[in-house]
Write a new protein. Structure first.
Length: 254
């Protein structure tokens, strides 16, 4: 990897976990390319906050559910790298963007299932494939999964199945990309207070209390808890952690 300031590409960096990871990485000396799907002004405010920290950042539009757009997105990343950084590669990829679908296995529609496949499995699979030529050897990839792959809560069957698939993919990516010195890990957050799932974990008092009561550290997760885990996993001191599923849930359902 280059000795220059590292550059992280974060999908879904306009809000929630991606936004906090972007800001936390910037605080620790990393520049950021972040993506947004619809929240352009939120993405612009993240860029401004990163610049206020003295780091460089750009925000690019991306629908992770639209694999046909990834070649054009890779071109946009190439141009951003050239114009903003005078470089042709970045260092870290955080496959984070995503949405939730809450439906029992018996009620999940094909349309809901297909959306989840596109955003949580096909998207990260082919986006990573398209971006790998733009990554430095020695770089890092983090695929965001969920605590819901380890424990089961009714209503998350299809969603958790996609996240389970990404955990398997992580190990194969690690195996195949090791030759380039690229490590690949899964980061699995527990329930965190974001807009995810309509903001239920944050706004539904009963759900919030249930999660807190089932969490060893006695509270629900905050976005910053995950931003900190991302920084730790991308730090030089974590270089030997590879092909692992790291859960950051405060000890949920243990
Ligand atoms: N919060 C939790 O409790 C929790 C727990 C475990 C795992 N996770 C996972 O963590 C990741 C981030 O979730 P979050 O809590 O930060 O959610 P969030 O607050 O709702 O933010 C979602 C982010 O992803 C982007 N996004 C959503 N769908 C997209 C698509 N089709 N294409 C491109 N970007 C898209 C959004 O962009 P716009 O702003 O432009 O819409 C936004 O930046 C997801 O993969 C989620 O499954 C979350």
């Amino acid at each position: 990897m280059s000795t220059q300031t590292p550059i992280a590409l974060i999908t879904g960096g306009s809000r929630g976990l991606g936004r906090h990871a972007a800001l936390k990485l910037a605080e620790h000396g990393t520049d950021v390319i972040l993506t947004y799907r619809s929240a352009q002004s939120e993405a612009a405010s993240v860029v401004a906050a990163i610049e206020a920290l003295g780091r460089r950042a750009v925000a690019l539009p991306l629908d992770v559910g639209d694999a046909a757009s990834f070649a054009a997105f890779a071109t946009a990343v190439t141009e951003a790298l050239k114009h903003v950084w005078q470089r042709d590669r970045f260092d870290y990829l955080l496959n984070n963007a995503g949405m939730g679908v809450h439906a029992l296995v018996t009620d999940t529609t094909e349309a809901q299932f297909d959306d989840l496949v596109d955003v949580h499995l096909k998207g990260p699979f082919f986006l990573t494939q398209k971006l790998l030529p733009l990554m430095n050897d020695g770089g890092r990839i983090i695929n965001v999964s969920s605590g819901l792959t380890r424990f089961a809560l009714p209503g998350y069957g299809a969603y958790a199945a996609m996240k389970g698939a990404i955990e398997v993919l992580t190990r194969y990516q690690a195996k195949e990309l090791g030759a380039r010195g690229i490590s690949v890990n899964t980061l699995a957050p527990g329930a965190i207070e974001t807009d995810f799932g309509g903001g239920a974990v944050r706004d539904n008092k009963e759900l919030n209390q249930m999660v807190a009561s089932q969490t060893a550290l006695g509270r629900v997760g905050q976005p910053d808890d995950i931003g900190g885990a991302v920084v730790a996993l991308l730090s030089p001191e974590s270089r030997w952690i590879n092909a692992q599923r790291i859960e950051a849930s405060g000890g949920m359902f243990v």
